[in-house]
Design a protein around this ligand. Structure first.
Ligand code: PEP
Length: 257
């Protein structure tokens, strides 16, 4: 069994205002009160407008739930209207920030250079990037999922040091499985997650590859999480829709119970 602590992260996308966020995190914390957070890490990735409320709650009640943002500017400050910077997220004590989610790539044209700049911006400010990679349906049908995903990995990690890379989280999210209800089979998830780990060993070292947590994301639910988590190279789940349903998300976090 791997020594990596599973990371179960809820990506709320553009859902839950700051009041709803408080209620949601309170309910989550209550439902997970007996959970050993050393054995499984739980994070919520919220809209920017929720972060301050979540921070206050987590700090005030000493909750073990971690939190973070869904995007970060590549720049640290300046005339970038609408952007949120690494220093701002660090000041809110965010732990994580997703980079290159497929919805950012699709709707905001984020390419490898942008994702790479955002990964570096996260590291400049002590944030842990969750770098999202994964193929679309056409690529999967052509059988090119590994090559496609590894090219995204290579691009996202350009000039990232071994010390930094050892702490990154990679989320393998086949685009055809996101929000569609069509989950990858455990073997499909393992194939690409394993290829990612092999590539990390090639790019850095066996030690770095062994340290990095690789999540699967794409229609994870309470009914399929255990089979996916049983794969040797899957170290967690990035959960979208099901993260908005407290009961479902709690069951996902409790995949071992
Ligand atoms: C996601 O948003 O990263 C995701 C995996 O969504 P869903 O779980 O809804 O497929």
């Amino acid at each position: 069994m791997s020594s990596r602590t599973p990371l179960m992260a809820g990506n709320w996308k553009m859902n839950l205002n700051h009041l709803e966020a408080i209620a949601h995190v309170q309910k989550l914390a209550f439902a997970l009160a007996d959970k050993d957070f050393e054995a499984v890490e739980v994070a919520v990735l919220t809209p920017y407008t929720d972060l301050r409320s979540v921070q206050t709650l987590v700090d005030g009640d000493k909750l073990k739930i971690k939190y973070g943002a869904q995007d970060i500017s590549a720049y640290d400050s300046g005339a970038y209207t609408g952007e949120i910077s690494g220093p701002m997220l660090a000041k809110l004590k965010c732990t994580y920030v997703t980079v290159g989610h497929s919805e950012r790539r699709q709707y905001h044209g984020e390419d490898e250079a942008v994702c790479n700049a955002k990964v570096k911006a996260a590291y400049r400010h002590g944030l842990t990037p969750i770098l999202c990679v994964g193929e679309g349906l056409e690529v999967r049908k052509a059988g090119n999922q590994v090559a496609h995903t590894l090219a995204q990995l290579d691009g996202g990690l350009k000039d990232v040091t071994a010390e930094q890379a050892a702490t990154i989280v990679i989320a393998y999210e086949p685009v055809w499985a996101i929000g569609t209800g069509e989950v990858a089979t455990p073997d499909d998830a393992q194939e690409v997650c394993h290829a990612i780990r092999v590539r990390l060993a090639e790019l850095y070292s066996e030690e770095v590859a062994a340290a990095v947590r690789i999540q699967y994301g794409g229609s994870v639910k309470s009914g399929n999480v255990a089979a996916i988590m049983a794969q040797s190279d899957v170290d967690g789940a990035l959960v979208g829709g099901a993260a908005l349903d407290i009961d479902e998300f709690v069951k996902i976090v409790r995949f071992r119970d």
